[in-house]
Design a protein around this ligand. Structure first.
Ligand SMILES: Nc1ncnc2c1ncn2[C@@H]1O[C@H](COP(=O)(O)OP(=O)(O)OP(=O)(O)O)[C@@H](O)[C@H]1O
Ligand SMILES: [Mg+2]
Length: 292
């Protein structure tokens, strides 16, 4: 990362929490989140974990103002996020949805440029600052070499990095990223986690990241939030909440949890041969069985 990149990634840490109070959220008749309280600690990297369908994206979308809660509210710096203008929120809070779609034919530079929309108004058009924010975000996400290519001509992992660049170009204090490591090879996943860690610890950003890789989560998170069936079951530092009973309770996963002597962080090794009979599973069972 260049010095210039470092500078543009830095944000003011002097901001209040992002907080969901008594959130109830659902689709049609179905309630997914029922009376959930949630807050994000400024300056921390929080990773949200939980089984498929437990409500992670629903929670993230609610915090991001994409979904409206039926009851409860989301406060950004003490003000209801749904009562704030879209651009004002978008200058504070950047969101990477789980499965973003780029319009056909859009180039990488144009996609990343969309991250600057909160700063455009009738009287303030594209500026040098926008241009340099886009350039630096593409450098940070390592997509500069694709700048002029159509997004839809890239591989899945290359495309994912373009979306990350778009969110970085938004230069927001808050970043909510839903499965940003999807499609990335392991080395690029690690590079991304290092970038996210540095955004928090060196540049004052606050991040909420949904991941499925438990070990990546335990290695990089300041705080883990473990969710099951629409509820927050465990929350805390990886050393405090990443353990065998919690993994069995939340995922129905039998795993051995060990400690990495290099950094003191826990990691897990799944036990072979557990199939669907794993003890302690209490997610939302699908009733499906896999037969070969
Ligand atoms: N637009 C929608 N309409 C109806 N039901 C939905 C909608 N979006 C999500 N759901 C349902 O809400 C529940 C929670 O979905 P959500 O996307 O929040 O899960 P998730 O924890 O993000 O899962 P995953 O790990 O698979 O991304 C699921 O049962 C899902 O089928
Ligand atoms: Mg999801």
């Amino acid at each position: 990362m260049t010095d210039q990149t470092q500078h543009s990634l830095t944000c003011n840490t002097d901001h209040g929490p992002l907080k969901g109070e008594r959130l109830s959220v659902g689709y049609g008749e179905t309630v997914i989140l029922d009376d959930v309280d949630f807050h994000l600690e400024p300056g921390k990297l929080t990773v949200l974990l939980g089984p498929n369908g437990c409500g992670k994206s629903t929670l993230l979308k609610t915090l991001a103002r994409t979904l409206s809660p039926r009851t409860g509210r989301v406060l950004l710096d003490g003000q209801d996020i749904h009562r704030q203008p879209t651009r004002a929120v978008a200058r504070r809070l950047g969101v990477l949805p789980q499965s973003p779609n780029a319009p056909d034919g859009l180039s990488v530079r144009e996609l990343v440029g969309l991250g600057r929309f909160p700063y455009q108004t009738l009287v303030r058009q594209w500026s040098r600052r926008d241009e340099s924010a886009v350039t630096r975000a593409m450098e940070a996400a390592d997509v500069s070499q694709f700048a002029d290519r159509p997004v839809d001509s890239l591989s899945g992992g290359q495309r994912q990095r373009c979306w990350i660049a778009m969110v970085l170009a938004q230069e927001t204090q808050w970043l909510l990223l839903d499965e940003p490591t999807t499609f990335l090879d392991l080395k690029v996943q690690v590079d991304l986690m290092e970038l996210l860690e540095s955004l928090c610890h060196q540049h004052g950003r606050t991040l909420l990241v949904v991941l499925h890789d438990l070990n990546l989560a335990a290695a990089y998170a300041d705080e883990l939030v473990l969710m099951r069936a629409g509820r927050i079951r465990y929350r805390g530092a990886p050393v405090d909440v990443f353990n065998e009973p919690a993994l069995a309770d939340v995922f129905g996963l039998r795993a051995q949890v060990l400690v990495d002597p290099a950094n003191g962080r826990p990691f897990c090794v799944p036990v072979k041969g557990q199939g669907q009979q794993a003890s302690g599973y209490a997610g939302r069972p699908t009733g499906a069985t896999l037969t070969l």
